[in-house]
Design a protein around this ligand. Sequence first.
Ligand SMILES: *Cc1c(COP(=O)(O)O)cnc(C)c1O
Length: 354
Amino acid sequence: MYPLLRINLEKLRHNAQTIVEMCRKRNIKVVGVTKVFCAIPRLAEELVKAGVDMLGDSRIKNLKKLNHIPVPKMLLRIPMESEVEEVVKYADISLNSEISTIKNLSEEAIRQGKVHDIILMIDLGDLREGVLKEDALSVAEEILELKGVRLRGVGTNLTCYGSVIPTPDILEELIEVKEAIEKKFGQKLDIVSGGNSSSLYLVQNGLIPRGINQLRIGEAIVLGRETAFGDRIPHTYDDVFTLEAQIVELKEKPSYPKGILGMDAFGERQVYVDRGTMKRAILGIGRQDVNINDLIPMDSCVELIGSSSDHLIVNLTDCGHPYKVGDVVRFKLRYGGILSCSTSEYVEKVIEEA
Ligand SMILES: *Cc1c(COP(=O)(O)O)cnc(C)c1O
């Protein structure tokens, strides 16, 4: 059944191994981030085989699926008050920035007879999660007083909201915060979690400050791409995930709509260019599954034209070999495309064992 998302396990493992190895040389452990593929267990297992130290996901529903895998699980999104019980149950460690939530985690951990590990997130300028640097010591002091949680270290997240690129200076600030906490409270912290796939270029160039000992990596593993500059990582694959959709209509049609033009299916006014008659195909996939901007046709003659909820229109005029109804068109995907196709229950997932 189409549409289908084809996932190549061997390529996934190869990418993960390449990145784990690159990080290991700098004494950095990798949290393998599974959220972009909705934590499909078979894929997460492959990351563990490749040597990741932990598995990380932003959603508890995803971590639940990984419960059987014997590595620590990290919750990446700051916990909601409403999920504290499940956080303690399914995550061994979580990223946090709110003392009230951390207190709840502590109480819940005591109730469950556990100790829950905490990474205190520091906002170093990207303006998503984290306490400001000047508040770190006082929050750390409060965390250290709690019995149900253990402060394992500090972390930061960059290049997500504020598009701030991690630099050695910024990451040195994180290490300073960690050292200040250790000094003031006489308590060793063993994790300095220095960001996501946008920190990898520092590892590649040997510029990552000593003291950063963990990175949380998703995109670089699934797409073989660092995300500070969007460069390909050598010796990795960008086609671990590919999408296949089937042609349901194929006709020579004009390229300019006929009649009085109002709005499209999504209430937007579009601009159309008259390019004469085209060989136009409709594929059985739509915006409910994937944004057209996240698709990269693997056959270079295929041109993306537009899409509505359940239909994707492509131009096949320049294709040498004759496509016909029932044929399949293949795409590579950008990050958002892997995410949405993984999430869509209408997209079949096919895992190719090596
Ligand atoms: C998603 C996420 C990551 C992984 O980011 P990539 O760019 O996919 O490597 C790391 N940390 C946090 C907090 C995240 O939410």
